[in-house]
Ligand binder design. Structure first.
Ligand code: IMP
Length: 436
């Protein structure tokens, strides 16, 4: 039995979808534990490309049970769209998917608040995905959220009236936005009642039974460790814990029920939205390095958000970020993705430390202003002109690419166990370490 947590360990978009898709066939259960429709995983079904936001990536396999845990926030409109899209593609999703009755619902006022708050912040905005994630988690923590199980509560109408008074006061009086009507909210609630309630289940019980039976379970994370509300670049983070530990609370399993933690990261770094990014080279606001390496990464890596289509900021691999992630998640193996994007660069750089006011920092500072002022300390390595696209055997890697990967292992203190060299399932090398 191997129960594995698979998480992103940069700022999201590390290529988790592909890695989870590769691991899924060995699994009996794939369970999502946090986030919501801010995540986007592109799947290709037949000729059609489609983006899943809530549903775990195991859903395409007929012998895998897909679970959405209590740590996840669910938008009924978007989740029902996903269900319908899969049903149309002939996937019996309703037989393969169970949702925790404890999941919080993202309702129209959450999206309205997300948009109004971002607009009010102007230049200081977080750059959220606009999916209502923050306001929904805020209601959860404030103990006024509506969960799937509450759809049958006798006092739901009263609670909603009370909550709408507060929400509309915030929207209209405080943020100068439009009020949300009860009718709009009722449409979402009715849809959830009709389409989602039939899928609810006691997820900890199901997982416990699988654990007892020796099943293989994949705990699937969303976003990345640097977007974690506690350990990331606060306040430029998402509103949930994205670290491996969140798999426990977000599904209802114990620490002994996890065997491995796979940390997924690109061979370079990207970020969408605002916030510090010490190794940034390139962004849509006009930042560009002299050798155009950042632009090369953005273009060759097709760095646009799967959920919002926003261009991503790009920069060199930051080993400070990955070291931090290895520590806070207990990462047991690294999956490095998009190595091929670096093909053709004359030189590649690895950030191995930060200098702040003349001092070398040993870890990621909690204060964003300090992180913003940090200068990356780089090791410059030789690039390679050979094509690594689609390589499946690490012995065929150009020597310079092997050197980069060896340094990543050494500096981050963790072995690379998977290396992805292209978008397809076949474009992968499995290894125990680049050094063996
Ligand atoms: P929110 O999760 O929509 O509140 O957005 C908060 C921050 O997290 C913003 O910088 C988003 O761009 C970022 N973010 C949220 N979800 C993802 C994701 O799946 N990939 C990358 N960035 C994300």
């Amino acid at each position: 039995m191997t129960n594995t947590v698979a998480i992103g360990i940069q700022w999201g978009d590390e290529g988790k979808g592909k890695i989870v898709d590769l691991l899924a066939p060995k699994m009996d259960v794939v369970a999502r534990f946090q986030g919501g429709p801010n995540a986007g995983h592109t799947l290709v079904i037949g000729e059609q490309k489609t983006v899943l936001n809530h549903i775990p990536s195991g859903i395409l396999h007929d012998n895998i049970l897909s679970l959405i845990g209590n740590g996840t926030v669910v938008d009924p409109f978007r989740l029902v769209e996903e269900l319908d899209m899969l049903l149309e593609a002939g996937i019996p999703v309703e037989q393969r998917l169970k949702i925790s009755d404890r999941c919080q619902l993202i309702l129209p006022y959450h999206r309205a608040l997300d948009a109004a708050r971002e607009a009010a912040k102007g230049k200081g905005k977080i750059g959220t995905t606009g999916r209502g994630i923050g306001p929904c988690y805020e209601d959860k923590t404030a103990r006024r959220g509506i969960r799937l199980v509450d759809l049958n509560a006798s006092n739901l109408d009263e609670r909603l009236d009370e909550h709408l008074k507060y929400v509309n006061f915030m929207l209209v009086e405080f943020l100068g936005a439009k009020a949300v009507s009860k009718a709009e909210v009722m449409v979402a609630l009715d849809l959830a009642r009709e389409r989602l309630l039939p899928l609810v289940a006691d997820i900890p019980l199901i997982l416990h039974q699988h654990i007892q039976a020796g099943s293989n379970i994949l705990y699937e994370g969303a976003q990345g460790s640097m977007l974690d509300v506690d350990h990331g670049t606060y306040p430029f983070v998402t509103s949930s814990n994205t670290v491996a530990g969140a798999a426990l609370a977000g599904l209802g399993v114990g620490p002994k029920d996890v065997d491995e933690v796979l940390g997924i990261c690109k061979a370079y770094t990207t970020r969408v939205g605002a916030g510090p990014f010490p190794t940034e080279l390139y962004n849509a606001d006009g930042m560009c390095d002299a050798k155009n390496a950042g632009k090369h990464m953005a273009e060759k890596g097709q760095e646009f958000g799967a959920t919002t289509g926003r261009p991503r900021r790009t920069g060199w691999f930051d080993a400070m970020v990955v070291q931090h992630a290895v520590r806070i998640n207990g990462v047991t193996g690294l999956a490095i993705t998009k190595l091929d994007v670096l093909d053709g660069l004359e030189e590649v750089k690895l950030c191995v430390g930060y200098s702040y006011q003349g001092e070398r920092l040993l870890s990621i500072p909690a204060d964003c202003a300090v992180l913003d002022a940090c200068e990356p300390i780089y090791e410059t390595l030789q690039g390679w002109s050979e094509n690594t696209f689609g390589l499946t055997d690490i012995t065929q890697l150009p020597a310079a690419a092997s050197v980069l990967l060896q340094r990543i292992e050494e500096v981050c203190g963790c072995n690379i166990t998977m290396l992805s060299t292209g978008p397809d399932r076949e474009h992968i090398c499995h290894l125990s370490s680049i050094n063996t």
